[in-house]
Ligand binder design. Structure first.
Ligand SMILES: Cc1cc2nc3c(=O)[nH]c(=O)nc-3n(C[C@H](O)[C@H](O)[C@H](O)COP(=O)(O)OP(=O)(O)OC[C@H]3O[C@@H](n4cnc5c(N)ncnc54)[C@H](O)[C@@H]3O)c2cc1C
Length: 122
């Protein structure tokens, strides 16, 4: 956000261009959604409620959100995003593993769909 507020092109901060501002709006919305999914799953776990599906949803959504957000962030930085002056390209690379370890995205989807469908006999 601070880069979008500082970096000027065509006489104005790039964050004022709707194409950039909308990306930032989407990013913060997805980050908040991941936070709430995580907090909700943690609350259920603390209460001793069934929470396998909620935990899988939080892990799935947060790790896939991270890929989208780091990719959009790198795009906002333009060419500077690929330089090591900023840590953005490292965040983008580091984000990739989150969809693999601690259960791949496919396994999280398997847990979620099994939790929903098994009680229905499917
Ligand atoms: C940097 C790094 C650090 C790690 N650290 C640890 C650690 O500290 N401790 C630890 O225990 N493990 C660790 N791991 C292992 C990690 O948990 C596994 O890589 C991960 O669980 C996926 O297993 P796999 O690599 O054997 O892939 P595989 O199980 O071979 O999966 C390969 C592909 O097939 C898909 N797939 C597999 N089964 C299904 C299915 N039933 N339905 C649909 N798709 C399926 C997967 O989603 C994936 O896309 C680490 C991995 C990495 C990359």
């Amino acid at each position: 956000m601070s880069y979008a507020a500082e970096r000027k092109q065509f006489g104005q901060p790039i964050g004022k261009f709707q194409g950039v501002g909308f990306q930032i709006a989407d990013m913060i919305t997805e980050i908040d959604a991941a936070d709430w999914l995580t907090l909700s799953a943690a609350w259920r776990l603390d209460q001793g409620l069934p929470s396998n599906r909620e935990i899988a949803s939080a892990k799935l959504y947060a790790s896939e959100m991270l890929a989208r957000v780091t990719d959009a962030t790198l795009q906002i930085f333009g060419g500077m995003g690929l330089m090591d002056d900023f840590p953005v390209e490292r965040f983008w690379r580091d984000a990739r593993v989150e969809r693999i370890w601690d259960g791949t995205s496919e396994i999280q989807r398997h847990i979620i769909s099994r939790d929903l469908l098994r009680p229905l006999g499917a």
